[in-house]
Design a protein around this ligand. Structure first.
Ligand code: ACO
Length: 385
């Protein structure tokens, strides 16, 4: 309690632990990230999205035959039910893709053989199904927005390759597939971030996994969370030319506007995922378009200025969303698909956290300090002034 008698309110739940977890460690002061004990650098350099999904869901790296079996399950789960395609086709041209994604996941529950089965085994199966299908749903949303039809998945392709194939209707280059695989690995999991927490809140009522995931998608949409990748690229495009960068940032800071892709509740140093993406972006440059080169130059100048101005003094450093835009542009990904692709990756983190939380479930029910009046007189409608 504060001296006034009012409780101390942790605005935005800053500093509040909501659960114990063995899935992910975010070391915000050292700038380190671990999935199930493995550092993100090791996973980014050596693993694949499919293997990372296995690791996150099952808690350990798979043996070869386990990974093969897991991949097979993912591939078998790829085709989308006709009605889900119809929902996407109907909504995608009128809505933000994240809104269509929410509806498509809701529609998917109509194809669950037994929604009453809430056993752990059933939820593992649902999780694998969701991990597999979200990629196809996202790709189909991207196509239907532009009047393209559903592309049947290709079982010979990896998860990342198939997402790009279902989005573009043609097999991706090795470079694009590798980059997307990396982006999927980096976005797969991040402890109790806003969308994962939102997933847990919905699931803690013992609502089903689809409902919980839909809540996660809703939370991911906003520009303070997953939507920041799109907002950061829009800012880079608004800056236009590299020489305009410093003036733009200066004006934004003077106007107390946030620079999207910077700052983090937990990282008070460089987000290790942003560092990996930055290095990949720099490595890409040689064969890239003028647009990607200009965006990269803008991003690097903005990064330097922000670190000089706010990094060491205010703990505001680049986060994963800052360098993501130019990478996605380099693979021809439309800007409005950045956040849905993020969701197609984070789905595994949402599901793993939900299943872990259900092992020791308790409904989330925090308190609110009411500071309004009480016992007001009820004046009948026609006597109110
Ligand atoms: N640019 C400029 N100033 C910033 C930024 C930024 N990107 N981020 C924080 N600040 C400033 C705030 O204005 C505030 O200043 P003040 O104390 O003078 O008012 C101070 O730093 C604290 O900021 P909060 O918003 O209170 O920090 P919080 O921990 O609540 O929020 C968040 C973290 C939402 C990520 C914030 O840094 C932000 O809005 N960043 C931009 C959006 C973004 O990139 N989001 C993606 C995060 S990563 C992810 O979700 C995948």
């Amino acid at each position: 309690m504060a001296e006034t008698g009012a409780p101390v309110i942790s605005h935005g739940l800053e500093g509040v632990y909501i659960a114990e977890s063995k899935i992910c460690k975010v070391d915000g002061s050292a700038g380190r990230l671990y999935y199930r004990g493995y550092s993100i650098d090791l996973l980014a350099n050596n693993s694949t999205y499919e293997e990372v999904c296995y690791l996150i869901l099952y808690g350990r790296l798979p043996k070869r035959r386990e990974l093969d079996a897991f991949r097979k399950k993912l591939i078998e789960a790829r085709p989308l039910p006709g009605m889900v395609i119809d929902v996407i086709d109907e909504f995608a041209r009128r809505q933000d893709p994240m809104d269509t994604l929410r509806s498509a996941v809701s529609a998917l529950s109509a194809y669950d053989n037994d929604m009453n089965d809430s056993s752990e085994a059933a939820n593992f199966d649902r999780s694998v199904n969701l991990v597999s299908k979200l990629a196809g749903i996202v790709a189909t949303i991207g196509r239907c927005r532009n009047g393209g039809g559903y592309v049947e998945p290709d079982g010979t392709l990896t998860h990342a390759e198939n997402l790009l194939y279902m989005l573009n209707g043609s097999r991706p280059s090795q470079k694009d597939a590798k980059l997307l695989d990396l982006m999927l690995i980096l976005h797969a999991e991040h402890s109790s971030n806003a969308s994962t927490f939102s997933t847990l809140v919905a699931g803690s009522t013992l609502a089903d996994l689809y409902s919980a995931v839909t809540s996660g998608i809703a939370a991911l949409k906003g520009p303070l969370h997953g939507g920041a990748d799109e907002a950061a690229l829009r800012m880079m495009r608004a800056i236009g030319s590299p020489d305009n960068t410093e003036r733009y940032i200066e004006d934004a800071l003077k106007g107390k506007r946030k620079i999207m892709g910077f700052g983090h509740r937990v990282y008070k140093t460089y987000d290790p995922r942003a560092m990996i993406i930055k290095q990949d972006l720099i490595a890409l440059q040689e064969n890239e378009s003028q647009e990607v080169k200009a965006l990269t130059a803008i991003a690097l100048r903005a990064e330097k200025m922000m670190i000089d101005r706010l990094g060491k003094t205010h703990g505001i450093w680049p986060n994963i969303d800052f360098f993501a835009g130019p990478i996605y542009v380099s693979m021809g990904m439309p800007i409005e698909m950045f956040t849905p692709v993020f969701a197609a990756s984070r789905i595994v983190g949402w599901c793993a956290h939900m299943m872990e939380y259900w092992q020791n479930n308790r409904i989330f029910r925090p308190l609110e300090y009411y500071s309004g009046p009480v016992d007001l007189e009820y004046v009948p409608l026609d006597r109110r002034k």
